[in-house]
Design a protein. Structure first.
Length: 542
């Protein structure tokens, strides 16, 4: 580990000889914090880099840390170090639940912080460290002057991608001599441009792929159908107009597809669904419930206690699915989530990364080894895979770039095109994952499951897994077990087998023993019934 920079003993805005600031202390301070807070090596290195930036005279620094990288722990270490040196600190967040979450993490780091939150606990403004909800602090200290702004030499701003907002700027401008440390997983505006008109320098944690390799995040398995038709949906301020987008996405067919494919690929996984709007989210919840899935909905108007109870049940596995619209995109920490459903198209790379990031936290205690992304929004085709490296700009006129994904549209890598026979999106030069069509040499026909999503890999779509004869034989035996248990007509199992593989099973297999059905086979049968129900015309109202 590099040695912490040792600048002259100058307090920002002060004169030589004043007390040192928390980030400008010798290496033993950081080493002590590493031991106390169990900091990861890269977190210590980030603290060292921030110290170097401050030693170079930069006071507005942007920390970029992917979701799950532990940016709040880094902030806790910096604040604890500053407090130990007699330097007051201020931790700013923009949502009520983030105040509580941050207070818990700072308390675990040994910091007894005061809280400024409307309807929250009694304020203790005498404490040297304060955690404040930005709307509450702005209303009390700037708009009405009911309280004085807390003293702070270190101001940490969570979810700093919002820092251009007027209320945020008015608060930050009141601390001209303090270190302003912005923290975010996505350091850009909704249109992808950088935040260089607010911050002077940028320090980055390792990106998603490296954190997966180190075991701090899990990899994603991405399944994606043909992107939805968004032709004609207006774009404003870098993203789709929500009202028009919701009208396009909130259809019975698209909502039914979400439930059907969840049963196929992610049944029994704790799941968060990102919808476009409130009506869309409620529709998705209701459709899951009709399929006997324990599902709930939350939005910005859901009472705080009700929201907490729903998320607590999701983490415990008492609820399977939570549908939401723009509530769980930021600051939501639930490592047990094993599936993310993208039902909300977006042109914003930052929003896409925030959504998929909710599922990438590691959770060894529940046996989580990966996260399934069901992309019904075409986001993977727009923004690339979750582990693709992103070049985040600082300059306000530059945009975030996924060069790995951009290369897929050049000679360096195959681009995404439409299959000329079945309209499924495929990689140029690769066989279609559904019908097998190839632009150069048409391979022999191989039948795949109707409507099945294909997994998206870094080099293109994967083909559905090959079934050995033993696998098919067992699958048929499991179907026969279901046929018998549910008193279905003789031959039901053979017809279900034919739907999957295109041929009837050999007659001799009827003499095989029946197998207890696996979760995967039960999920497949359930998905087929949902697909059948969707294909039926609506019943006339009486």
């Amino acid at each position: 580990m590099n040695e912490v920079p040792r600048p002259p003993g100058l307090r920002p805005g002060g004169a030589a000889g004043t007390k040192n600031v928390g980030l400008e202390n010798p290496l033993d301070k950081v080493s002590a914090l590493q031991s106390q807070l169990h900091l990861r090596l890269y977190q210590v290195e980030v603290i060292v880099k921030i110290a170097a930036e401050r030693a170079a005279g930069r006071r507005r620094i942007l920390l970029v840390a992917p979701t799950g990288a532990g940016k709040t722990l880094i902030a806790a270490a910096i604040i604890a170090n500053a407090e130990a040196c007699g330097e007051p600190g201020l931790f700013l967040v923009h949502r009520r639940e983030l105040v509580i979450q941050s207070h818990q993490k700072l308390h675990a780091a040994g910091i007894d912080a005061g809280v400024i939150l409307a309807g929250g606990p009694s304020m203790r403004l005498h404490r040297p460290v304060q955690i404040a909800c930005i709307p509450s602090l702005h209303a009390r200290a700037i708009r009405t002057s009911k309280i004085d702004l807390p003293d702070a030499d270190v101001v940490i701003v969570d979810e700093a991608q919002h820092a251009r907002a007027r209320t945020w700027q008015q608060l930050l401008d009141r601390y001209p001599n303090a270190l302003i440390l912005g923290m975010t997983a996505t350091p850009c505006r909704s249109d992808g441009r950088g935040l260089g008109n607010i911050f002077e320098s940028m320090v980055e944690c390792p990106q998603v792929a490296e954190l997966i390799e180190q075991g701090y995040l899990v990899g994603a398995k991405v399944f994606a159908p043909t992107p939805p038709d968004l032709a004609g949906v207006a774009v404003r301020r870098g993203d789709y107009v929500e009202a028009e987008l919701e009208a396009r996405m909130n259809t019975q067919r698209l909502v039914g597809d979400v439930v059907e494919h969840w049963h196929k690929h992610a049944e029994s996984r704790r799941t968060v669904v990102f919808a476009v709007g409130v009506k869309h989210s409620i529709h998705l919840r209701d459709e899951f419930r009709r399929a006997d899935v324990l599902a709930e909905h939350i939005d910005g108007s859901t009472p705080i206690d009700e929201r907490k109870e729903i998320l607590k049940k999701l983490a415990a596995g008492d609820i399977d699915v939570v549908c939401n619209c723009m509530v769980l995109t930021e600051g939501f920490d639930c490592p047990e989530i094993g599936c993310i459903v993208l039902a909300r198209p977006t042109k914003s790379t930052g929003l896409y990364r925030q959504m998929v990031g909710r599922g990438l936290r590691a959770a060894p205690a529940v046996g989580k080894t990966d996260c399934i992304i069901l992309d019904h929004a075409g986001a993977v085709f727009e923004h690339g895979l979750p582990e693709d490296p992103i070049e985040w700009p600082l300059h306000k006129d530059q945009r975030a770039e996924n060069k790995t994904h951009a290369a897929r549209g050049t000679h360096a890598a195959p681009k995404l095109v439409e299959c000329l026979e079945c309209q499924t999106v495929r990689f140029q030069g690769k066989p279609c994952p559904v019908c097998g069509w190839h632009p150069v040499e048409k391979p022999r026909y191989v039948e795949f499951t109707d409507g099945e999503l294909a997994q998206v890999m870094p080099g293109g779509f994967s083909r559905p897994p090959e079934w050995s004869e033993d696998d098919r034989r067992r699958f048929y035996g499991e179907l026969r077990s279901i046929e018998k248990a549910r008193l279905y007509r003789d031959g039901w199992a053979a017809h279900q087998y034919r739907k999957r593989f295109g041929t009837f099973p050999p007659w001799a297999w009827k003499r095989d023993p029946q197998w207890s059905p696996s979760a995967a086979t039960l999920a497949y049968v359930r998905s087929r019934y949902i697909a059948f129900a969707k294909s039926q015309p609506p019943k006339p109202r009486s």
